[in-house]
Design a protein around this ligand. Structure first.
Ligand code: NAD
Length: 471
């Protein structure tokens, strides 16, 4: 049983003002795996005050000093990779290979990317007689979700540190263990006291950060509901709010695509991390005449997908919580009730997995754009396949969403993927299964958010622009 009942404030592990804790549930066993303390607003005040005190010193450090600190963090993170993977398996049920791979490595990648970007990032440039400065915005509140815990924490903390900001991190109360290790890493790496502070807690703690007068900006990743609440709480203090929110991303199989490859890749991408990725390609758009063919490919591919405990070599583990499990079940039921064709999976738990928040990998075909499963983010291993008439129709359906985080295109002879990409209202579009680009901007149009993370674009979130005219 893990017990993390202290917060990391001003370079020390300190006890909270009040004794309130939150149970963390292991989604594979449904048992309590540990506790974290829950920060009251007085604890948030203390953490923000420490960050405020540290700001003058940290913001005045040189590029090289901050590079040195980031290098030490990377070295320490590498040393703790095994501990992080173990924590992620326990807190969110990620299978071993995913926990050790993408879940842990993505955090490292953002730290390394921050070093690359910091080497060349322009903090000042001259335009005629005007000097443009990019100055750290100040004390930042960082609020993160549970689904890619280290990825989300690192892609905020690394650019905030690199630009000279100080910060208070509040990770998800659902999966807080890895973030505690992250704080230990920063401590061991010698990040000066007060520059990075960690408090734990849920929505109330997040709201105390968002509304705090001494917090200059909030960077939030999570649900659209949570992001809206944070923006409302932040409004009276006129702080910057960066929002990375939900998604319902389309994957369009253009007529010339390699259908077996594209459909299989799309399905696997939806199922990865038990469907709990904001940018998962959950709406597969296929030419109407090829629906039957795609359904067959998907049926064959899903037969090879195994569901099981994180410590096994199962392809996917449970979803993170009972709340999520129930929500996914409701949406699967909605798909059936609204007349979509169930190709694989369905309601209930997979055979032999009665304990744990396991979901049957599920595929619906003949989904129409107005159905609930075509509109709402499910955040479980569920794929909806929709038919389109021609490319214009595909673009129209793809854009017919409240969200606009990502899109995926598969193309071949006779297709023009660049032209289609230009017409899609989404922040990141991947063509033909191309590898990810950690230096490219990540973020959404519409209700998927405001602002961009990753690479130099992520640095821009944490700076204020100053124009010095004639001096
Ligand atoms: P969530 O909104 O419930 O919680 C996210 C974080 O916000 C947690 O730390 C939570 O404690 C805090 N929080 C919740 N309500 C709050 C409030 N009213 N005020 C202040 N803080 C509050 O989201 P989640 O369930 O942890 O994460 C899943 C969601 O995150 C999905 O919708 C997913 O699409 C989204 N997500 C988006 C991205 C992206 O980059 N766009 C990345 C990962 C996840």
């Amino acid at each position: 049983m893990r017990a993390h009942l202290k917060f990391y404030i001003d370079g020390e592990w300190v006890s909270p003002a009040t004794v309130q804790s939150i149970d963390v549930i292991d989604p594979a066993t449904e048992q309590v795996a540990g506790q974290v303390a829950e920060a009251a607003s007085i604890d948030v005040d203390r953490a923000v005050a420490a960050a405020r005190r540290a700001f003058d010193g940290w913001s005045a450090t040189s590029r090289q000093e901050r590079l040195d600190v980031l290098e030490r963090i990377v070295a320490e993170y590498r040393r703790r990779e095994g501990d992080i993977a173990e924590a992620v398996m326990l807190e969110m049920g990620a299978p071993l290979a995913l926990a050790q791979g993408g879940q842990t490595k993505s955090g490292l990648s953002h730290l390394e990317a921050a070093i690359t970007v910091l080497k060349d990032y322009s903090f000042e440039d001259q335009r005629g007689t005007t000097r443009i400065r990019r100055e750290p915005i100040g004390v930042c509140g960082l609020i993160t979700p549970w689904n890619w815990p280290m990825n989300q924490v690192a892609c905020k903390v690394a650019p905030a540190l690199a630009t000279g900001c100080t910060m208070v991190l509040k990770p998800s109360e659902v999966a807080p263990f890895s973030a505690v290790i992250f704080a230990e890493i920063l401590d061991a790496a010698g990040v000066p006291p007060g520059v990075f502070n960690l408090v734990n807690g849920g929505a109330a703690t997040g709201a105390a950060i968002a509304s705090h007068r001494e917090v200059d900006m909030v960077s939030f990743t999570g649900s659209t509901r949570g992001g809206v609440a944070v923006a409302i709480a932040a409004a009276p203090t006129v702080k910057r709010v960066a929002q990375e929110l939900g998604g319902k991303s389309p994957i369009i199989l253009l007529p010339g695509a390699d259908f077996p490859k594209a459909a299989a890749a799309g399905l696997k991408q939806v199922l990865n991390n038990s469907g709990q990725s904001c940018n998962a390609p959950t709406r597969m758009l296929v030419p109407a005449a090829r629906m039957v063919e795609v359904v067959e490919i998907v049926r064959e591919t899903i037969a090879a997908i195994s569901v099981g405990a994180p410590a096994t070599d199962a392809t996917i583990g449970p979803v993170v919580s009972e709340t999520q499990w129930r929500r996914v079940q409701q949406l699967i039921e909605a798909g059936i009730a609204e007349g979509a064709s169930l190709v694989a999976g369905g309601p209930g738990k997979p055979d032999g997995l009665g304990t744990g928040y396991y979901v049957r990998p599920t595929v619906f075909a003949d989904v129409t754009p107005e159905m609930t499963i075509a509109r709402e983010e499910i955040f479980g291993p569920v794929l909806s396949i929709l038919a389109y008439d021609d490319v214009d129709d595909a673009v129209r359906i793809a854009n017919d969403s409240d969200y606009g985080l990502a899109a995926y295109l598969w193309s071949g002879d006779g297709d023009d993927p660049a032209a289609v990409a230009n017409r899609l209202r989404a922040g990141r579009i991947a063509v033909n299964g191309v590898a990810g680009d950690i230096l490219a901007p990540f973020g959404g149009y519409k209700m998927s958010g405001n602002g961009r993370e990753w690479g130099a674009f992520g640095f821009d979130e944490f700076v204020e622009l100053k124009a010095v005219l004639g001096g």
